[in-house]
Design a protein around this ligand. Structure first.
Ligand SMILES: Cc1cc2nc3c(=O)[nH]c(=O)nc-3n(C[C@H](O)[C@H](O)[C@H](O)COP(=O)(O)OP(=O)(O)OC[C@H]3O[C@@H](n4cnc5c(N)ncnc54)[C@H](O)[C@@H]3O)c2cc1C
Length: 399
């Protein structure tokens, strides 16, 4: 039975020879460039911007972006491979890279040629960009946002407040979701529109926020007091905001799932290493079956999460209509598995598991963030159930 997919072919996970080369390249970068800086990043909460430039030079910010805009070839499988390897060392740095795609993907899909010219510097890591939808009044209910854009001669005036925006403090270009007030009915999802706002715009203020997890990722509030945005900086059409957001998020959930898979891998490796070394009652603690069982449970979840991740990444090419259900399932499962593997890693490490300088308790703090970004578990379940209902008619073929 293939339900909720059409055929057994839809379960395929396929790779090409270039994917393994990319995996090795990403692992080398993560081990050589990122790992030596990890402790400092975790302790200071600061990622060196130079590292983003280096990731840009490796092509990690330009996956799936055409060469004319500075990118390299590839699709969501390539992105998942790179993000997984990087998140294995630092989920915060994985997210720092991923955030740029929240700007580049919608710009590539809906931007004008002029807007696409911004991609080159972002892809190289020479400029940074963010994507701002969430507000103090909420993030799950996108249609309920309160930021507004008022029509004026030649452009729009933005007013509003965004919160919890990754990369806000670093961003040269901010992709901001607001409700365009153009005189027509203000229905909840109607008139939502993305605007590209430049960092030095008058009336724009960024306030950094402190987050308990993914230390090093820049997170901040964006306050807009009558920020002028010319018509040429409207992304897509007025009222296309929700559509653009949903299309972007169903791709980016593959990225979020890749962060979670990298974290599970990393916590499993740490648990294995420690339990082989640590001794209690005259033997290594790995010899206690209770610890072996925890490690096996995490290994099974890692493999299931990884299969779902690459299946979702694969399906974006095979059957794009299945991407929303696939990427939400991958993100939901892997982020909850990451939390579980973090708890097991802390248990296996005993008291050392909760000391900040062992870098073990960070798995739990980081997993709580991965559960939240690109939509909470509840929101993923809502999407998955909605997509499942759309496929109910397929069941009649089986009786
Ligand atoms: C580190 C970090 C980085 C982030 N980066 C960005 C970014 O770059 N850009 C951006 O726009 N946002 C970003 N966010 C915001 C993130 O997307 C939101 O936090 C998330 O979507 C949840 O929104 P909320 O926090 O407003 O919670 P709310 O929407 O207020 O939800 C609160 C609780 O109610 C539940 N809930 C809400 N609606 C329903 C429902 N219909 N059914 C069942 N349960 C429901 C939620 O699941 C949650 O448990 C970031 C968040 C974090 C923590």
């Amino acid at each position: 039975m293939a339900f909720p997919l059409k055929s057994l072919e839809d379960f395929k996970v396929e790779f090409e020879p270039r994917h393994d080369e990319l995996r090795i390249k990403a692992r080398r970068f993560a081990e050589a460039e990122l790992k030596p800086k990890l402790f400092r990043i975790e302790m200071t909460g600061k990622i060196p911007k130079e590292l983003v430039k280096k990731a840009g030079a490796e092509g990690f910010l330009g996956i799936g972006i055409p060469e004319i805009y500075g990118g390299i070839e590839g699709d969501l499988r390539d992105l998942a491979i790179v993000i997984e390897e990087i998140a294995r060392i630092s989920p915060a740095f994985g997210l720092t890279i991923l955030v740029t795609y929240l700007f580049t993907i919608p710009t590539l899909l809906y931007g004008t040629e002029e807007q696409k010219k911004l991609l080159k510097r972002i892809v190289r890591g020479e400029a940074y960009a963010c994507h701002a939808a969430t507000e103090p009044v909420g993030g799950s209910d996108l249609a309920g946002i309160r930021s507004v854009a008022r029509r004026v001669e030649g452009g729009w005036i933005l007013r509003g407040h965004k919160r919890l925006i990754s990369g806000a403090d670093w961003a040269d270009y901010l992709l901001i979701l607001a409700r365009a007030l153009d005189g027509s009915a203000e229905k909840r999802s109607k008139n939502l529109t993305f605007f590209i706002v430049e960092r030095d715009s008058k009336g724009l203020r960024i306030v950094p926020e402190k987050c308990v997890g993914v230390r090093g990722l820049s997170v901040g509030q964006i306050i807009m007091r009558d920020v002028y945005v010319p018509d040429s900086n409207v992304l897509g059409e007025i009222g296309q905001g929700l559509k653009i957001a949903l299309e972007t998020y169903s791709r980016m959930r593959v990225g979020a799932a890749a962060i979670a898979v990298g974290m599970i891998q990393s916590s499993l490796e740490a648990s294995l290493r420690y339990s082989l070394r640590r001794r209690a009652f005259g033997k290594p603690i790995i010899e206690f079956q209770s610890n072996q069982f925890k490690i096996v449970d995490v290994l099974c979840k890692l493999m299931a999460a990884r299969l779902m991740l690459y299946w979702a990444a694969n399906i974006s090419k095979r059957s794009p209509r299945d991407l929303p259900i696939a990427s939400s399932m991958a993100k939901l499962y892997s982020s909850e598995a990451a939390e579980d593997s973090a708890i097991k890693a802390i248990e296996i490490h005993g008291g050392l598991g909760v000391l900040a300088d062992t870098l073990i308790e960070r798995f739990l703090r980081d997993s709580e963030i991965v559960k939240m970004i690109e939509g909470t578990g509840e929101i993923q379940r809502i999407i998955i159930f909605r997509e499942l209902l759309k496929r109910m008619e397929m069941l009649k073929d089986y009786y």
